[in-house]
Design a protein around this ligand. Sequence first.
Ligand code: ADP
Length: 199
Amino acid sequence: MTRLLLIGPPGAGKGTQAARLAEAYVIPAISTGDIFRSNVRNHTELGAKAKAYMDAGDNVPDSLTNALIRDRLAEADCDSGFLLDGYPRTTDQVRELDEFLAGHGASLDVVVELVADPDVVVERLRKRAREHGRSDDDETVVRHRLEVYRDQTAPLVGIYDSRGVLAKIDGLGEIDDVTTRITAALADRGIVLPDAASR
Ligand code: ADP
Protein backbone atom coordinates (compact mmCIF):
# COMPACT_ATOMS: atom_id res chain seq x y z
CA MET A 1 0.00 0.00 0.00
CA THR A 2 1.77 3.16 -1.17
CA ARG A 3 0.12 6.54 -0.87
CA LEU A 4 2.05 9.34 -2.48
CA LEU A 5 1.51 12.98 -3.29
CA LEU A 6 3.41 15.06 -5.82
CA ILE A 7 3.35 18.78 -5.13
CA GLY A 8 5.02 21.67 -6.93
CA PRO A 9 4.32 24.73 -9.06
CA PRO A 10 2.71 24.50 -12.49
CA GLY A 11 5.39 23.48 -14.97
CA ALA A 12 7.52 21.65 -12.40
CA GLY A 13 6.92 18.38 -14.24
CA LYS A 14 4.42 16.75 -11.90
CA GLY A 15 2.35 15.17 -14.68
CA THR A 16 5.40 13.70 -16.42
CA GLN A 17 6.83 12.25 -13.22
CA ALA A 18 3.42 11.07 -12.00
CA ALA A 19 2.95 8.91 -15.10
CA ARG A 20 6.38 7.31 -14.68
CA LEU A 21 6.02 6.72 -10.94
CA ALA A 22 2.54 5.26 -11.33
CA GLU A 23 3.88 2.72 -13.78
CA ALA A 24 6.94 1.90 -11.70
CA TYR A 25 5.08 1.45 -8.41
CA VAL A 26 1.96 0.00 -10.05
CA ILE A 27 -0.46 2.49 -8.53
CA PRO A 28 -2.93 4.81 -10.25
CA ALA A 29 -1.85 8.40 -10.85
CA ILE A 30 -4.73 10.67 -10.00
CA SER A 31 -4.53 14.17 -11.43
CA THR A 32 -7.41 16.49 -10.58
CA GLY A 33 -6.30 18.72 -13.47
CA ASP A 34 -6.62 15.79 -15.92
CA ILE A 35 -10.00 14.81 -14.51
CA PHE A 36 -11.27 18.37 -14.83
CA ARG A 37 -9.91 18.67 -18.39
CA SER A 38 -11.57 15.43 -19.47
CA ASN A 39 -14.85 16.66 -17.97
CA VAL A 40 -14.52 19.90 -19.93
CA ARG A 41 -13.80 17.93 -23.12
CA ASN A 42 -16.81 15.68 -22.57
CA HIS A 43 -19.08 18.61 -21.73
CA THR A 44 -20.17 17.20 -18.39
CA GLU A 45 -21.91 19.26 -15.72
CA LEU A 46 -18.72 19.23 -13.64
CA GLY A 47 -16.72 20.38 -16.65
CA ALA A 48 -19.12 23.26 -17.24
CA LYS A 49 -18.72 24.35 -13.62
CA ALA A 50 -14.93 24.04 -13.61
CA LYS A 51 -14.05 25.55 -16.98
CA ALA A 52 -14.14 29.28 -16.17
CA TYR A 53 -11.93 28.80 -13.11
CA MET A 54 -9.42 26.75 -15.06
CA ASP A 55 -9.27 29.17 -17.96
CA ALA A 56 -8.61 32.01 -15.51
CA GLY A 57 -5.91 29.99 -13.74
CA ASP A 58 -7.88 29.97 -10.49
CA ASN A 59 -8.50 26.97 -8.31
CA VAL A 60 -11.80 25.25 -8.88
CA PRO A 61 -13.88 25.62 -5.68
CA ASP A 62 -12.94 23.16 -2.94
CA SER A 63 -16.47 21.79 -2.70
CA LEU A 64 -16.35 20.52 -6.31
CA THR A 65 -12.79 19.25 -6.07
CA ASN A 66 -13.26 17.48 -2.76
CA ALA A 67 -16.37 15.67 -3.96
CA LEU A 68 -14.56 14.55 -7.08
CA ILE A 69 -11.54 13.17 -5.25
CA ARG A 70 -13.66 11.38 -2.65
CA ASP A 71 -15.37 9.46 -5.45
CA ARG A 72 -12.10 8.75 -7.20
CA LEU A 73 -10.26 7.46 -4.13
CA ALA A 74 -13.18 5.17 -3.35
CA GLU A 75 -12.66 3.29 -6.63
CA ALA A 76 -11.23 -0.21 -6.42
CA ASP A 77 -7.92 0.52 -8.16
CA CYS A 78 -6.93 2.74 -5.20
CA ASP A 79 -6.95 -0.26 -2.88
CA SER A 80 -3.27 -0.83 -3.67
CA GLY A 81 -2.40 2.83 -3.11
CA PHE A 82 -2.30 5.90 -5.31
CA LEU A 83 -0.25 8.85 -6.45
CA LEU A 84 -1.98 12.19 -6.17
CA ASP A 85 -0.92 14.93 -8.59
CA GLY A 86 -2.42 18.38 -8.08
CA TYR A 87 -4.53 17.51 -5.06
CA PRO A 88 -4.61 18.75 -2.34
CA ARG A 89 -3.73 22.33 -3.25
CA THR A 90 -5.50 24.27 -0.48
CA THR A 91 -5.56 23.80 3.29
CA ASP A 92 -9.25 22.94 3.06
CA GLN A 93 -8.38 20.12 0.67
CA VAL A 94 -5.69 18.90 3.07
CA ARG A 95 -8.33 18.69 5.81
CA GLU A 96 -10.68 16.82 3.51
CA LEU A 97 -8.01 14.34 2.42
CA ASP A 98 -6.85 13.80 6.01
CA GLU A 99 -10.40 13.03 7.03
CA PHE A 100 -10.95 10.66 4.13
CA LEU A 101 -7.72 8.77 4.77
CA ALA A 102 -8.24 8.67 8.54
CA GLY A 103 -11.61 7.09 7.84
CA HIS A 104 -9.67 4.26 6.18
CA GLY A 105 -7.04 4.13 8.92
CA ALA A 106 -4.51 5.57 6.49
CA SER A 107 -2.37 8.62 5.79
CA LEU A 108 0.03 9.79 3.09
CA ASP A 109 3.35 7.93 3.16
CA VAL A 110 5.48 10.46 1.32
CA VAL A 111 4.87 13.92 -0.13
CA VAL A 112 7.31 14.64 -2.94
CA GLU A 113 7.88 18.33 -3.54
CA LEU A 114 9.20 19.03 -7.04
CA VAL A 115 11.21 22.21 -6.71
CA ALA A 116 11.63 24.37 -9.81
CA ASP A 117 12.68 27.94 -10.39
CA PRO A 118 9.75 30.20 -11.48
CA ASP A 119 11.65 31.46 -14.56
CA VAL A 120 12.23 27.89 -15.68
CA VAL A 121 8.61 26.86 -15.22
CA VAL A 122 7.36 29.90 -17.14
CA GLU A 123 9.66 28.94 -20.01
CA ARG A 124 8.51 25.29 -19.92
CA LEU A 125 4.87 26.33 -19.96
CA ARG A 126 5.52 28.74 -22.82
CA LYS A 127 6.87 25.79 -24.77
CA ARG A 128 3.90 23.59 -23.78
CA ALA A 129 1.53 26.35 -24.92
CA ARG A 130 3.20 26.38 -28.36
CA GLU A 131 3.20 22.58 -28.66
CA HIS A 132 -0.09 21.54 -27.07
CA GLY A 133 -2.19 24.68 -26.88
CA ARG A 134 -3.54 24.14 -23.37
CA SER A 135 -5.91 27.06 -22.85
CA ASP A 136 -4.47 27.92 -19.42
CA ASP A 137 -0.87 28.05 -20.64
CA ASP A 138 -1.31 31.57 -21.98
CA GLU A 139 1.40 33.79 -20.45
CA THR A 140 -0.79 35.98 -18.20
CA VAL A 141 -2.75 32.95 -16.99
CA VAL A 142 0.52 31.15 -16.25
CA ARG A 143 1.71 34.06 -14.10
CA HIS A 144 -1.58 33.97 -12.24
CA ARG A 145 -1.35 30.20 -11.71
CA LEU A 146 2.08 30.70 -10.19
CA GLU A 147 0.64 33.32 -7.80
CA VAL A 148 -2.21 31.00 -6.86
CA TYR A 149 0.37 28.28 -6.21
CA ARG A 150 2.48 30.58 -4.05
CA ASP A 151 -0.50 31.86 -2.04
CA GLN A 152 -2.67 28.77 -1.68
CA THR A 153 -0.55 25.68 -2.29
CA ALA A 154 3.04 26.44 -1.25
CA PRO A 155 1.98 26.63 2.45
CA LEU A 156 1.02 22.95 2.25
CA VAL A 157 4.68 22.04 1.91
CA GLY A 158 5.29 23.30 5.46
CA ILE A 159 2.35 21.31 6.78
CA TYR A 160 3.66 18.05 5.34
CA ASP A 161 7.22 18.88 6.36
CA SER A 162 6.10 19.28 9.96
CA ARG A 163 4.52 15.83 9.73
CA GLY A 164 7.87 14.40 8.66
CA VAL A 165 6.65 13.04 5.32
CA LEU A 166 8.18 15.60 2.96
CA ALA A 167 10.87 14.78 0.38
CA LYS A 168 12.20 17.84 -1.47
CA ILE A 169 13.39 16.95 -4.97
CA ASP A 170 15.17 19.15 -7.49
CA GLY A 171 12.86 19.19 -10.52
CA LEU A 172 15.46 20.59 -12.92
CA GLY A 173 17.49 18.58 -15.37
CA GLU A 174 16.77 15.46 -17.41
CA ILE A 175 13.40 13.76 -16.89
CA ASP A 176 15.13 10.43 -16.17
CA ASP A 177 17.40 12.03 -13.57
CA VAL A 178 14.45 13.57 -11.77
CA THR A 179 12.70 10.17 -11.70
CA THR A 180 15.86 8.59 -10.31
CA ARG A 181 16.06 11.24 -7.59
CA ILE A 182 12.47 10.57 -6.60
CA THR A 183 12.79 6.79 -6.50
CA ALA A 184 15.97 7.15 -4.41
CA ALA A 185 14.20 9.44 -1.93
CA LEU A 186 11.29 6.99 -1.73
CA ALA A 187 13.68 4.06 -1.17
CA ASP A 188 15.25 6.03 1.70
CA ARG A 189 11.79 6.08 3.23
CA GLY A 190 11.22 2.37 2.75
CA ILE A 191 9.19 2.54 -0.43
CA VAL A 192 10.88 0.26 -2.92
CA LEU A 193 10.05 -0.52 -6.52
CA PRO A 194 7.91 -3.69 -6.79
CA ASP A 195 10.44 -5.46 -9.03
CA ALA A 196 13.22 -4.66 -6.55
CA ALA A 197 11.09 -5.98 -3.69
CA SER A 198 10.55 -9.33 -5.38
CA ARG A 199 14.23 -9.92 -6.12
P1 ADP B 1 -0.83 22.84 -13.10
O1 ADP B 1 -0.38 22.20 -11.84
O2 ADP B 1 0.19 22.80 -14.18
O3 ADP B 1 -1.40 24.22 -12.88
P2 ADP B 1 -3.14 21.07 -13.25
O4 ADP B 1 -3.46 20.18 -14.38
O5 ADP B 1 -2.77 20.44 -11.96
O6 ADP B 1 -2.01 22.03 -13.77
O7 ADP B 1 -4.39 22.03 -12.96
C1 ADP B 1 -4.99 22.79 -13.98
C2 ADP B 1 -6.17 23.57 -13.40
O8 ADP B 1 -7.16 22.65 -12.89
C3 ADP B 1 -5.86 24.47 -12.20
O9 ADP B 1 -5.37 25.74 -12.60
C4 ADP B 1 -7.22 24.54 -11.51
O10 ADP B 1 -8.08 25.43 -12.17
C5 ADP B 1 -7.77 23.14 -11.70
N1 ADP B 1 -7.41 22.24 -10.57
C6 ADP B 1 -6.63 21.13 -10.64
N2 ADP B 1 -6.52 20.55 -9.43
C7 ADP B 1 -7.22 21.32 -8.56
C8 ADP B 1 -7.46 21.27 -7.17
N3 ADP B 1 -6.96 20.28 -6.40
N4 ADP B 1 -8.23 22.24 -6.62
C9 ADP B 1 -8.74 23.21 -7.36
N5 ADP B 1 -8.54 23.33 -8.67
C10 ADP B 1 -7.80 22.41 -9.29
